[in-house]
Design a binder for this molecule. Structure first.
Ligand SMILES: [Zn+2]
Length: 85
């Protein structure tokens, strides 16, 4: 599915949820949502991303995420989640 199709599906499900309606989806859509849910579950957290950035150069590795790595992680997290800051 293309991005616009995912967004259309999300809007349809959100609208049904807000209206208190039960959603019926096809087995094909259920499979696509299951794949998307697995991808979401595998997605690293913002702090995991920050530590991964910090670990890039192991000599200078940060014990806790530094400001620079948190900044990079915020950008990646926003891209993954569609959030803006
Ligand atoms: Zn760092």
């Amino acid at each position: 599915m293309e991005r616009d199709e995912w967004l259309a599906l999300a809007e349809k499900l959100e609208a049904a949820s807000r209206a208190g309606r039960t959603c019926r989806i096809t087995p094909d859509t259920a499979l696509r949502l299951a794949v998307a849910a697995r991808a979401r579950a595998a997605q690293p957290t913002r702090n995991e991303l920050a530590l991964a950035y910090c670990a890039r150069n192991s000599r200078d590795r940060c014990a806790v995420p530094c400001t620079g790595c948190i900044g990079k992680a915020n950008v990646a997290d926003a891209l993954y989640t569609g959030r803006t800051w």
